[in-house]
Each structure stands twice: as C-alpha cells, then as structure tokens.
Design a protein around this ligand. Structure first.
Ligand SMILES: Cc1cc2nc3c(=O)[nH]c(=O)nc-3n(C[C@H](O)[C@H](O)[C@H](O)COP(=O)(O)OP(=O)(O)OC[C@H]3O[C@@H](n4cnc5c(N)ncnc54)[C@H](O)[C@@H]3O)c2cc1C
Length: 437
C-alpha cells in the first residue's frame, strides 16, 4: 500500500461502496483513509447489476472482461400481468455487471492510493465554527481537511451539517424502495424469459430472470418504504404462479433499500462533500446509481485536485457540474415518474394490453433521451394518436410533459456562483415543486 504525501492534505472517506472506492482511487497526492463499517468479505452483492455499456469508459475505467456479460432482454408486463413488451434495444445498450467482481476491481484501485479500514464504523462529524474538521472513530477524534460522505442513503452525517448549508433533508416513505433479492433453484435449467412485473398490487417492481447459467432464478421484489415477510411471500406467489419453473428452494438472498428520490439540492459544506446514494444520485425511474456515482466521483476528484481550500464556496462547482451532468435530468425523471405513477390504473393496463406500448413509448416514459434508437418521436406520436379515444389519458400525458419540462427548468436554475441566500431560495423552490407533484 502506497500512502500519498503530496499536498499533505488529509481526506477521510466514509463508506467503501462504489462511490467511496472510486473517489479514493481518483484522488492523487492526498493522505486518504477510507472507513467502512462492514468487513471486506461482506462488501458487494452476489448478483449482477444493469449498467450502461459506456458508463465505465466515460470515466476512464477499463472494466476487466470477466466482470460482466451482455444484458438479458427483459419483458415488461402490465399491472394486469397479461400484456408485455420486450426491450431488446435497451438491453443491447447495457451490461450485466457482477457486483462482487466490480467491488473487488475497485478495491484494488483504491488500495493503491489509500488506507482502507474495514469493520470500522465512523461515528459523528466533528464540527468547529460551521467547518467540518474531522470525524470520531471509536471515540477518538480523527482530524482531516475534508470529509467525503459516501455512506449510502441513510447517511447520518447529512443531518449533522449546519443548517446554513441546506442539506438536512428528511427521507420520506416514497423516497426509497425496500428490496428483497432471492436466488431460487429452477425445476428446469432450460433458459427462461426474464420477466418484469410493473406495479402489480401494492408493489413497485417484481422480476425474475436467469442467473448463473440458468441454474437459478434471480427474483427481485421491491416496494415503497416497507416490505415484510408476508408481503415477500405474497409477491413470491405472484411470480411463481406465472413462472412455474421457480422452485421453493432459496439458495441465497439479500435485502436492501434503493433510493429513488430526486437528487439532494446541495451536496457541499465547509470541509464536506457528499456523493452517490447518500446524495440520492440514483435514477429515480430505475434506482440505478452506478453510472452517476462514478461520474460524480470523477467530477469531485477533479474539483478537489484543483481547489485551493475545501470551503463550500470552493467545492460548489462540484454541485454545479453534477447538476449539469445528470442532476437536472434525474430531477426531471423524478417529476415524470411521480406523475406517471398517479396515472389511472385502467389506463396503464390498457396501454400495455392494447399493444400500443412499444420501446419508444417506454423510453419516453423514462425520458431516456440518450437511447436514440428507441426514443423515436414519430413512433411515440403514432402510439399516442391511438390514444385519441381516451381524452383523459392524453390530458394526463400532457400534464406529465409540462410538469417535467418545468422541473428541468427549475433544476437547471441552480445558482452557478456560491451565494448562500440564492442557494436557499432556489432549494426551497426545487424541494417544494418535487414534494407537491
Ligand atoms: C438491490 C439493489 C439493486 C441495485 N441495482 C442496480 C443496478 O442494476 N444498476 C445500477 O446502476 N445501480 C444499482 N443499484 C444502486 C447502486 O448499487 C448504487 O447506486 C451505487 O453502488 C452507489 O453506491 P454508494 O457507494 O453511493 O453507496 P453504498 O453502496 O450504499 O455504500 C455505502 C457504504 O457505506 C458504508 N457505511 C455506511 N455507514 C457507515 C459508517 N458510519 N461508517 C463506515 N461505513 C459506513 C456501508 O457499509 C456501505 O458499504 C442497486 C442497489 C441495490 C440496493
């Protein structure tokens, strides 16, 4: 392990998820310690995650070829469980990345550049005169020049930041999905289709897809805010009935929470910056956060390398660049998704079961503008023109479009220059619009 001494500045990173590890790998010339509350062998998850093909290349990472496979084509079912569409074009743009191997790869990069202390839970921030100056570890003060909070969605540190920096947001019950992911033996090892069930009763998304050479079925159950044992059982019954090759034998499982909220408005304070799930950088439509977290780490590393000090003012350009890069789009997607969720269920079912829903319309629903192959306006309008017989539905779609555009506009008006009054004013509009949607 090589410790940097370059500038002599000391950086403490809280959490060795992908965000914490990547920023630890990127920073050059600092004395860096990463604190991770879990043991090394507990990091990562025993499953594959969908990530855009170019996500790693864009931040300059060459992912080893044994860490991913091509993404399976998913069939998205309507809330009735009958009609569905396949997403072949989208699948061709994504990889299924082995999370354990990805974490191992990132650990190697980060370890060359920092000290990683596993099994150590950081306690509280040390704040002096509105400046974050360190953190307590095992009751002892650990002073540093900058704390990078990469401790995940339930970060307790956000709340400890002085109010003037506007990042003490509460987490609401619709800000995250509780997830259960179980791997079940199959009664038939022939490859089975990958099925995603959208918004069946009480749930947000359920899916089953093949894992590990079709020997196992990878089952995901997700629901806003809470997910208890009886609900998991109910959802498993729903999936098994439609996919009878899934046996009762659960080989392994994990439970976690995925943030699906709009991004935090402000992500810096004096001596403090926040990254990844802790700042709600996941895409609100899917909960995918790997790509955005890596982008944010690359931006933050660049700002830190150039900053003369770590005041909120110096770090503010990190917030601005994140907002430009993906933050404003995530906010717009959150607005669109929240309105879309409120569509009349009959309309949603009709949309799928009538057969007019296609990849273009789905790309539109996700505002996946970058998916140029799928996001075809002509096809979207053709589909929507078939909806003429449903004027209320058309009205709702217009509202979604109008509100999404307004959302993008509000998010993009983030103050470019650090001015606490202007930031406070903007943040209150940003939060109010999202909360009232
Ligand atoms: C079930 C599930 C499925 C997902 N699927 C996808 C997908 O398909 N595609 C995709 O792009 N993204 C997916 N994501 C999201 C993605 O995992 C994250 O957005 C991304 O990895 C960024 O994570 P992070 O580093 O910000 O936080 P995390 O991964 O949450 O890491 C935070 C780390 O901080 C540690 N920690 C917390 N508190 C402390 C403390 N006090 N002291 C020390 N350490 C602490 C935690 O132990 C943890 O290791 C999924 C997430 C889940 C849960």
């Amino acid at each position: 392990m090589v410790r940097n001494s370059g500038s002599g500045k000391r950086v403490v990173i809280l959490g060795a998820g992908l965000g914490g590890l990547y920023i630890a790998a990127k920073l050059k010339g600092f004395d860096i310690t990463v604190y991770e509350k879990r043991r090394r062998d507990e990091l990562g998850y025993p499953w594959y995650d969908a990530v855009d093909k170019d996500a790693f290349k864009k931040v300059g990472l060459a992912l080893p070829s044994d860490t991913y496979t091509n993404k399976q084509v998913l069939r998205f079912f309507s809330p009735s469980g009958c009609g569905y569409i396949s997403q072949a074009m989208r699948a061709s743009r994504n990889l299924d990345v082995d999370r354990k191997k990805l974490i191992e790869f990132m650990l190697q990069l980060a370890q060359d550049n920092s000290e990683i202390r596993f099994g150590v839970e950081a306690e509280d921030l040390i704040i002096d005169n509105d400046n974050v100056v360190g953190v307590t570890i095992n009751g002892r003060a650990e002073y540093c020049d900058l704390v990078i909070d990469s401790s995940g969605m339930f970060s307790k540190y956000r709340k400890q930041i002085p109010q003037r920096f506007c990042m003490n947001d509460d987490i609401g019950q619709y800000d995250f999905l509780k997830c259960y992911r179980g791997f079940y033996s199959k009664t038939d090892v022939a490859p089975a289709p990958s099925n995603v069930y959208l918004m069946p009763e009480h749930y947000s998304v359920l899916w089953c897809k093949d894992a590990e050479n079709s020997a196992l079925s990878d089952v995901l159950i997700s629901k806003f805010a809470t997910l208890d044992e009886s609900q998991i059982k109910e959802a498993l019954d729903y999936i098994s009935k439609r996919n009878p090759y899934i046996s009762d034998n659960c080989v392994r499982f994990a439970e976690d929470s995925i943030p699906v909220r709009y991004p935090l408005a402000t992500i810096v304070a004096n001596g403090y910056a926040i990254i990844g799930n802790a700042a709600f950088m996941t895409k609100p439509t899917s909960g995918s956060g790997i790509e955005n977290t890596l982008k944010a780490a690359a931006i933050l590393a660049d700002i830190i390398q150039k900053a003369s000090d770590f005041s909120a003012q110096s770090l503010w350009q990190y917030a601005v660049r994140v907002n430009n890069s993906f933050g404003a789009n995530c906010y717009m997607s959150y607005i669109a998704r929240s309105r879309f969720q409120n569509l009349n269920k009959d309309d949603l079912i009709w949309l799928f079961d009538s057969g007019i829903l296609n990849e273009s319309l789905l790309a539109f629903a996700r505002l996946d503008i970058r998916n140029q192959e799928a996001f075809q306006l002509k096809s979207i309008f053709e589909s929507l023109s078939l909806a003429k017989s449903r004027p209320d539905f058309i009205k709702q779609i217009r509202i979604i479009l109008r509100k999404s555009a307004k959302g993008k506009n509000i998010a993009s008006r983030m103050p470019r220059i650090y001015d606490e009054d202007a930031i406070r004013k903007w943040k209150s509009e940003y939060d109010a619009f999202a909360r009232d949607i």
